[in-house]
Design a protein around this ligand. Structure first.
Ligand code: NAD
Length: 478
């Protein structure tokens, strides 16, 4: 579509938005129900396009995308009325008689950029939030998952009110054209590099942005006293690394931090877990395309890095499959330890004491998630208090993404803005403060001419000293 096309499309959508139709609960509910219908009627087609684009198995596609989004739609339908209701706010006595509330206002026409690794979820989770909040939405899915983008373009226009929801397909050039326009919010999921391009473009129009980015998510694995806990921990680490899109996930475990003394035991357990669940192409997603395959292969080319491989390492360039690969202590200045891996390679870094992991993490950009597998309450407290990350998950990985009652998002290099469930509604709403005063009571000392007594009265107002205020007003001393 031409640039002029985008501008007139935005103009039309703004006009539609101005009609006020999206503000009603019934319109929003109708869109959510239509999306549920889409999922009921097209589950197989969705799983098929996910297989075609990213190689996900049916179960993985259902668990990570269809299931998560359906659950979100159902809980949004249940809670939407409560989210939309104005929130009463308490006021100090001095304003009496008055009332205050926060009214939730839609922002207008919002632009959503999504990413290819969870192309259904990362498109529809923000779209659902934007619709719940009463906005019109333009979705630009990723060109790297073209079958899913095509599916979304064909079906969202049929199932949803297409005056208010549009899908625009295309790559970076289309993205750049869209960024030239003035939106009411831009929600971006992708790399920090493009996140910066989005923020720079948004700054021209003072458009608010949310950027959901990536980075290196560490997992601290304590020595763990019981052998059962160690086994469960390693099964969960394996799932957190290889179980979703072959590690091509922003919240996948990027590397492990373990104590020297327990490293060999943990590695053996990890290898067992990998062999059990992630061997064979039916249990492992492929790498999305040749470029990403080459990027990941080149991480292993460094001689020192190649020497550190203790499991896996085989590369199938025809089918774009990389075997789950474990590396022990690759050099910290190698690319595999300085850049986000976003694939099935897992470096393990050994430390003298597990507490040293805090210093290790603090010396690097703030991650999207810090995982820690431990029963040590003091260590948990130290991780919470002494590190900063989008979130922290103890004794599991990835599952936090599916919980709508916990906000999802990064901090610092890993992103700006939190969403999911109610937090998505808030992300796309303006909570407008409304103050309702009456003419009944008038306080004369609020107006000039100023004198010392008025200053004393105002001072007592700010100190909430109402007894002092009355005494001062009557010219009495305490
Ligand atoms: P990317 O940043 O290249 O692309 C994301 C989106 O931006 C796509 O829709 C793409 O078409 C568009 N785009 C690309 N270049 C653009 C440009 N110049 N102008 C405007 N739009 C442009 O995504 P990627 O690098 O393939 O994705 C991987 C990254 O995304 C990783 O860093 C990963 O951690 C991150 N990610 C984050 C989350 C999250 O929720 N935090 C989820 C998935 C992926």
């Amino acid at each position: 579509m031409e640039e002029l096309g985008f501008e007139s499309l935005l103009g039309e959508m703004r006009e539609s938005f101005e009609s006020g139709r999206t503000r009603s609960l019934s319109w929003r509910e109708a869109q959510l129900k239509a999306l549920l219908k889409l999922f009921q009627e097209k589950e197989e087609e969705i799983c098929k396009v996910l297989k075609e684009d990213v190689g996900k198995s049916y179960v993985e596609a259902f668990r990570d995308e269809v299931g998560v989004v359906t659950k979100n739609l159902n809980s949004s339908l249940k809670d939407l009325k409560t989210w939309m209701a104005p929130e009463r706010v308490s006021l100090p006595l001095v304003t009496f008689p008055a009332r205050a509330e926060l009214v939730k206002e839609p922002l207008g026409v919002v632009l959503v950029f999504s990413c290819w690794n969870f192309p259904i979820g990362l498109s529809l989770e923000p779209l659902i939030g934007a619709i719940c909040a009463g906005n019109a939405v333009v979705l630009k899915p990723s060109e790297i998952s073209p079958a899913t983008s095509e599916f979304l373009a064909n079906n969202l226009s049929k199932y949803l009110d297409n005056k208010f929801v549009k899908v625009i397909q295309g790559g970076p050039q289309v993205g750049e054209k869209l960024l030239e326009l003035k939106w009411d919010k831009i929600f971006f999921t992708g790399s920090p590099r493009v996140g910066r391009i989005v923020m720079t473009a948004a700054a021209k129009h003072l458009t608010p942005v949310a950027v959901e980015l990536g980075g290196k998510c560490p997992a601290i694995v304590d020595s763990l006293a019981s052998s059962r806990d160690r086994k469960v921990a390693m099964a969960r680490v394996a799932a957190g690394k290889w179980g979703s899109c072959a590690g091509q996930a922003c919240i996948a475990i990027d590397y492990l931090l373990v104590e020297e003394k327990s490293a060999s035991v943990l590695v053996e357990l990890l290898k067992t877990a990998v062999k059990r669940s992630y061997s064979g192409p039916e249990n492992m997603t492929r790498i999305v395309n040749k470029q990403h395959f080459q990027r990941l292969s080149s991480l292993l080319k460094d001689q020192e890095v190649a020497k550190s491989v203790v499991h896996g390492g085989s590369l199938d360039s025809t089918n774009l499959i990389i075997e789950p690969t474990i590396l022990m202590n690759p050099p910290l200045d190698a690319e595999i330890m300085t850049e986000e891996i976003f694939g099935p390679l897992l470096p393990i870094i050994t430390l003298k004491k597990i507490e040293d992991s805090i210093k290790f993490i603090r010396a690097r950009p703030k991650p999207l998630v810090i995982y820690a597998f431990t029963n040590d309450e003091l260590l948990k407290r130290r991780i919470i208090e002494e590190t900063s990350s989008g979130s922290v998950t103890f004794n599991d990985a990835i599952v936090q993404y599916a919980l709508d009652t916990l906000p999802f998002g990064g901090i610092g290099e890993s992103g700006i803005g939190k969403y999911h469930g109610r937090f998505s509604f808030d992300m796309f709403s303006h909570k407008k403060p409304i103050l309702r005063r009456s003419f009944l009571v008038e306080i004369p000392f609020r107006y000039p001419p100023w004198d010392e007594r008025k200053l004393q009265l105002i001072r007592r107002v700010y100190q909430f000293d109402y007894v002092g205020l009355i005494l001062c007003f009557l010219g009495l001393k305490r």
